[in-house]
Design a protein around this ligand. Structure first.
Ligand code: DX5
Ligand code: ZN
Length: 219
């Protein structure tokens, strides 16, 4: 089986030491840095603005995988791209014109992702699949770290994998929320190739990051 890309969510890191935290996960074997952007409107929490992303950019050479939980999202794409985002992932509910939003992301030179909430049907992907470099399936309802993995996501991963393969898409299939070494293997077996993990990476502090990441890769 393929080894998944591990994308630690810095939401679970020490916000007083963010620069050191992104450097530490790079040294510990992380593949991407997952940045959860929340606006207190689309989701009930407020987190990381573009200036924070910009400040972090010199502290790691890993790709910045920016998950935008912001509505409306279109006015923020350029700011996060200029701040150093490599991937910009948007929820279809965060604007009226998903096709245009994805085109705009690619026009800015970033990879374009679409993220589906647990209650959002896979069918929203059908007519934009050629514009998508990454599909993110939420395995919790977004807004907070530390929630439990929703088991029905595994079937949705399988259905998404089938849809991507049928379309000849090489888009990444990423899972986010409650991912641990106990369910990572099932996610990859179902067809995921990238795993977001907050709690499961940052628990135990910097000395534990390498083992935590290795456990997710091996699962
Ligand atoms: C939820 C975020 C996730 C979350 C993951 O809204 O999108 O990235 O921080 O954290 P854990 O792994 O702790 O569920
Ligand atoms: Zn996320």
């Amino acid at each position: 089986p393929t080894t998944p890309l591990i994308c630690p969510s810095i939401l679970a890191s020490d916000f007083a030491k963010l620069g050191a935290e992104v450097a530490a996960i790079e040294a510990a074997g992380a593949d991407w840095v997952h940045v959860d952007v929340m606006d207190g409107h689309f989701v009930p929490n407020i987190t990381i603005g573009p200036d924070v992303v910009k400040a972090l950019r010199p502290h790691t050479s890993l790709p910045f995988d920016v998950h935008l939980m912001v509505a409306p999202v279109d006015p923020w794409l350029e700011a996060y791209r200029e701040a150093g985002a490599d991937i910009l992932t948007v929820h279809p509910e965060s604007g009226p014109h998903l096709h245009r939003t994805l085109g705009r992301i690619r026009q800015l030179g970033a990879k374009a992702g679409v993220v589906l909430n647990p209650g959002t049907p896979l069918s929203v992907l059908e007519d934009v699949i050629e514009l998508v470099d990454l599909v993110l399936l939420m395995s919790v309802n977004p807004g907070f770290g530390g929630q439990s993995f929703i088991g029905s996501t595994l079937k949705k991963i399988e259905r998404t994998r089938a849809m991507l393969d049928a379309a000849g898409s090489s888009a990444h299939l990423q899972v986010d929320g409650g991912v641990t070494a106990a369910n990572a293997g099932a996610c990859v077996a179902a067809g995921a190739d990238a795993l977001v993990a907050g709690t499961a990476v940052f628990r135990g502090g910097p000395d534990a990051y390498a083992a935590n990441i290795a456990a997710l890769k091996a699962a």
